[in-house]
Design a protein. Structure first.
Length: 199
């Protein structure tokens, strides 16, 4: 409903965390999210198979962002990611919610912002997209690599930035991964591709 601000505390908390990262994409997300706190929420709650990990993640973690997520978790619009551009057997091991964006729970053309869950013991192969991307790990240590750097463990509280078309991979260990993600620049999902930038 117009004026519904039930997501507002989480949007403000996310904005505050983005202010702690020195990048143009973080500054853009930090500035954009508070202005959407009173916007209409247009998508109803839905579940995707991997979103079943969220209650245990929230119960075992701590921190202000996870605390804010507890309150809004039942409202989130989860889906299997990829919009048909990720093979089904891979997409089934992930779940995503676009909280803000052109196809988000709150509509805007300024950015995409949401949450991402990756199943334990799963390798998300190399992929890329034209949008610049910024992750913030909320729970679970994953191995993260790009076309320029070898995979390395990335613990909760870490930001990971991908420039436009930078190929990257993620591999979980025994715990599921929960991360915030944001896109700026060209937000068209049609640019998403498995592998490296098309020639």
């Amino acid at each position: 409903m117009p004026g519904d601000n039930s997501l507002a505390p989480f949007l403000r908390a996310a904005s505050a965390h983005y202010r702690g990262h020195d990048s143009a994409i973080a500054a853009h997300l930090a500035a954009t999210l508070p202005g959407l706190c009173d916007a209409e929420i247009v998508d109803p709650p839905t579940a995707a198979p991997m979103s079943a990990h969220l209650p245990s993640i929230l119960a075992s973690g701590d921190g202000p962002l996870l605390d804010e997520l507890v309150g809004i978790a039942p409202q989130l619009h989860w889906r299997v990611p990829g919009r048909g551009r990720i093979p089904d057997e891979l997409a089934a091991k992930m779940a995503a919610v676009e909280i803000v964006g052109p196809s988000g729970m709150i509509h805007t053309a300024q950015c995409r912002f949401g949450l991402f869950i990756q199943a334990p013991e799963f390798f998300y192969p190399e992929h890329c997209h034209e949008a610049e991307e910024l992750y913030l790990i909320l729970s679970g240590t994953a191995l993260w690599g790009t076309d320029e750097t070898p995979s390395r463990p990335v613990p909760p509280g870490t930001f990971i930035r991908h420039s436009s078309w930078q190929a990257h991979v993620m591999a979980t260990r025994s715990q599921p991964l929960l991360a915030m993600w944001g896109w700026t620049g060209n937000l068209d999902f049609e640019t998403y591709t498995m592998g490296r930038k098309p020639v």
